[in-house]
Design a protein around this ligand. Structure first.
Ligand SMILES: Cc1cc2nc3c(=O)[nH]c(=O)nc-3n(C[C@H](O)[C@H](O)[C@H](O)COP(=O)(O)OP(=O)(O)OC[C@H]3O[C@@H](n4cnc5c(N)ncnc54)[C@H](O)[C@@H]3O)c2cc1C
Length: 418
């Protein structure tokens, strides 16, 4: 939808149809953790290695600016989506996590990003902002806002429809090729075809190994009372995560609920994506236990909502924006768990690639750099699930021994390498 939005701006006469297998907001965009961040699942050092220092800095700068852009569109289109820009706190609860935060800050400094972008929080400031159990250090960045994702996605749908874009729901695409998109019963013709199917991509013919669907799950509590809220602090609705390997993420919603998510659910053989996978009792219970560990006050709260969905993960863990002028085929995605902001930047980039107006965004390192495909099964199944197990046991090791788990860390690096 962001691609349609920006294409209509750059080429108002173009005719755009969005084919959606389910309904608008069915995908991750309608049910994520609401972090609208300038973060990318690729580090500055990795980008420097593949594209050079300046390209790495430019990629991060554009990603950070994306929050301004989304904020401007929300205001301009009057999208009511509980948007608030409170930044992000990244916490550490053991010495290994603390060292990880320090190395993140020093990498930022090495690339010229100063205190305005990322900084350490002093102990008093941590306590003032958010009451996290056992926290020993934290950093802060302003490059993140919170949104209600479903409200954002529906607001965006209204905006594009008002601009003449046609949305066809319950239209499941089976395959596509140059100039055409096939559903079970129909063929739709178009000069340009864009694939934006993220966690569901493996369902398309010839795309089983393009993006692996990894599930992320969330819970939300009943609203906090004013006493519980004041115990917690959290006046500025910063998003919160910590430096463990198996990611957890939290936000305080506009109606004062804790929305808390986590990864680590097993990958399903052959990249299967099914509605029944959207719920996972064991993982939801694990997430609730993590939430109780992180925010003591949450132990008093009832969990009122549980949900989940698939993320799109490329083999090299890096999102990309791709367009081939000769075939008219394009794609964008592979955001792993950072797609709310990144899908806007990717879409703006793709819109400029399509109209071919030579824009600074079209020189970004993620342009026309699709990842190699995932391994065939059963290697993919063994590899991904092994990786998830390793990440979890690394966290236990680090928490119990307060020292890095060098062997597992080495294996993880080897697996995640390009
Ligand atoms: C539980 C969870 C929490 C997350 N939390 C965050 C977060 O806090 N912050 C963040 O930045 N990111 C988060 N993410 C990731 C983020 O939501 C996604 O990266 C982003 O929304 C992807 O947007 P998209 O438009 O590319 O894909 P989607 O929003 O998944 O949209 C793809 C759409 O394509 C449709 N589709 C798929 N296949 C077909 C087909 N064959 N035919 C027709 N239609 C099809 C789907 O139905 C879907 O509606 C989270 C994801 C999940 C699952």
């Amino acid at each position: 939808m962001w691609t349609a939005f920006y294409l209509k701006r750059l080429a108002p006469d173009c005719r755009i149809a969005i084919l959606e297998s389910n309904q608008i907001g069915f995908g991750a965009s309608g049910r994520n953790g609401g972090w609208c961040s300038g973060f990318l699942p690729v580090t500055l050092a990795e980008l420097e290695k593949s594209h050079g220092r300046n390209a790495a800095i430019e990629m991060y700068n554009e990603s950070f600016r994306t929050i301004d852009e989304i904020e401007a569109v929300i205001a301009e289109q009057r999208i009511d989506c509980d948007y608030h820009r409170g930044g992000t706190i990244n916490g550490a609860t053991n010495l290994v996590q603390k060292a990880r935060l320090e190395s993140e800050i020093s990498e930022m400094r090495r690339f010229g990003f100063n205190e305005e972008h990322f900084r350490n929080l002093a102990t008093e400031e941590i306590a003032e902002r958010l009451n996290v159990n056992n926290i020993i250090a934290a950093t802060y960045t302003p490059h993140c806002a919170v949104v209600n994702p479903a409200k954002l996605v529906h607001g965006l749908a209204n905006a594009v429809e008002t601009n003449g874009v046609k949305i066809f729901e319950k239209t499941d695409v089976v395959e596509y090729s140059k100039g055409q998109v096939k559903t079970k019963y129909q063929v739709c013709r178009a000069n340009i075809v864009i694939r934006a199917t993220e966690g569901f991509t493996a369902r398309l013919k010839r795309h089983r190994r393009t993006l692996a669907p990894l599930y992320s799950y969330m819970v939300a509590t009943e609203p906090l009372t004013s006493r519980q809220l004041s115990t917690l602090g959290w006046r500025n609705r910063e998003t919160y995560h910590d430096a463990r390997n198996m990611i957890i993420y939290a936000q305080l919603t506009q109606d004062n609920r804790i929305a808390f998510g986590g990864r680590g659910a097993p990958y399903h053989f052959a990249s299967r994506v099914k509605p029944q996978y959207d719920m996972h009792t064991e993982i939801h219970e694990k997430i609730i236990r993590s939430m109780h560990d992180v925010f003591k006050v949450s132990q008093e709260l009832e969990v009122t909502h549980r949900w989940g969905g698939p993320l799109g993960v490329p083999r090299n863990w890096r999102p990309s924006v791709n367009f081939d002028r000769t075939t008219g085929l394009g794609s964008l995605g592979g955001y792993v768990g950072d797609g709310v902001g990144a899908s806007n930047l990717a879409a703006r980039t793709l819109a400029h690639l399509i109209v071919n107006d030579k824009h600074r965004l079209t020189d970004l390192p993620w342009v026309n750099r699709p990842s190699r495909k995932w391994e065939t099964e059963p290697l993919r199944f063994v590899g991904i699930n092994g990786l998830l197990k390793i990440s979890e046991s690394m966290d236990n090791y680090e928490a119990n021994r307060n020292q890095p788990d060098k062997i597992r860390s080495f294996i993880l690096e080897k697996f995640l390498g390009e």
